[in-house]
Design a protein around this ligand. Structure first.
Ligand code: PLP
Length: 370
């Protein structure tokens, strides 16, 4: 095994901040003199309750979550929210969905089991390479909600504005962008996220729910799928993912030391550097249209798969790992969440430039018959 840590560009589970891992390591065997690990504690113990309350309060303070909204620690991944949202919010009026990637398409397909779904935008035709403008969103007035996915992890696109909906409640999948920038939660009925992209290890799902939007679930909704039940029980109706909540708290402490506004600036600088480098290297092509580019997942490719493979293998040799694109898209994807330090992006840019130089030189040599 190698001694050094690598720069891990995985889309999720993904790289965690080193100070968070170090603290978890120090507290692994004996958490604050309890003589046991957080993994071994009762979720009803006062020590664990403090851990959970701290994690929730930290997130509330950091992200400015208003008192009108509850923060829920759930399980089942963001994919369970694809059904939990319609089970709790869908009315006879139906719901509106924008399809900007495979996760939003999956969410819409799941919602169709519970009511009428109106597809407001379907990006499949353009290979999910762009996000619609506000003028393209024709919502039906009175719909139960409008669902969109802010950052499309697989295709590398993102909404850079909050959709105006004329009173139709907003629901957003922020799995790969929550905590990467400030959010105005007052505008949303539900924001949810699988934590394994940008906030914690896999196993925790976060939902921020407007309290008065809950409590209207269908009578046949499974109890574990009721926002109301989860609010009433403080997310502890059953055993919560204790270790992940603890790790989430540590990551929120780490982020509080930076601040979310500052984090957004850093994320923008990292993305600008990477996109700028790729634009200047003719060997590479970007997938997302310029105005729709994600700051979290950068998707690109060369002209052929063989060269893509060479790029990915060569990167691994210099400690830049998990750059292979999703199986649906091929090519490459660099996920540069909060925990990816600017140094990691700089190292990737250096490798991209040298790869580009090498291949352009080879092309010149081939053309001139050497
Ligand atoms: C990863 C991801 C999901 C699925 O999350 P799970 O926790 O694996 O269910 C949904 N939406 C987005 C935007 C994602 O990135």
């Amino acid at each position: 095994m190698g001694e050094a840590r690598v720069y891990n560009f995985a889309a999720g589970p993904s790289q965690l901040p080193l100070p968070v891992l170090e603290q978890a390591g120090r507290e692994m065997m004996n958490y604050h003199g309890t003589g046991m690990s957080v993994m071994e504690m009762s979720h009803r113990s006062s020590v664990f309750r403090q851990i959970a309350v701290h994690a929730r309060d930290r997130f509330r303070e950091l992200m400015n979550v208003p008192d009108t909204h509850d923060i829920l620690f759930l399980q089942g991944g963001a994919s369970s929210q694809f059904s939990m949202v319609p089970l709790n919010l869908m009315t006879e009026a139906g719901a509106e969905y924008a399809l900007t990637g495979s996760f939003s398409a999956k969410a819409a397909a799941e919602a169709e089991k519970y009511g009428n779904v109106h597809i407001v935008f379907d990006g499949r035709g353009n290979g999910y390479s762009r996000i619609p403008d506000q003028s393209e969103l024709k919502l039906k007035p009175g719909s139960s909600y409008f669902h969109y996915c802010e950052n499309n992890t697989i295709y590398g696109t993102a909404w850079h504005y909050m959709p105006q909906t004329d009173g139709v409640p907003l629901v957003c999948d922020m799995s790969s962008s929550l905590t990467s920038h400030p959010v105005d939660f007052l505008q949303y009925d539900v924001v949810y996220a699988g934590a394994q992209k940008n906030m914690a290890p896999a196993g925790l799902t976060l939902a921020v729910v407007r309290r008065d939007a809950a409590g209207h679930e269908s009578a046949s909704a499974p109890l574990m799928m009721s926002y109301q039940r989860m609010i009433e029980s403080g997310s502890m109706y059953n055993t919560p993912p204790c270790w992940q909540i603890y790790m989430f708290g540590l990551q929120m402490d780490w982020l509080a030391g930076i601040g979310v506004e500052e984090m957004e600036k850093i994320n923008r600088q990292k993305a600008d550097l990477l996109y700028g480098t790729l634009e200047n290297c003719p060997v590479f092509h970007l997938h997302a249209e310029k105005n729709s580019r994600s700051l979290m997942n950068v998707t690109f490719r060369t002209a052929d798969e063989e060269m893509d493979r060479e790029f990915i293998c060569g990167a691994e040799e210099v400690g830049l790992v998990n750059l292979k694109g999703h199986r649906l898209t091929g090519g490459m994807r660099a996920s540069i969440y909060n925990a990816m330090p600017p140094e990691g992006v700089k190292a990737l840019c250096g490798y991209i430039e040298s790869f580009d130089r090498k291949h352009r030189r080879q092309a010149v040599c081939t053309e001139s018959g050497f």
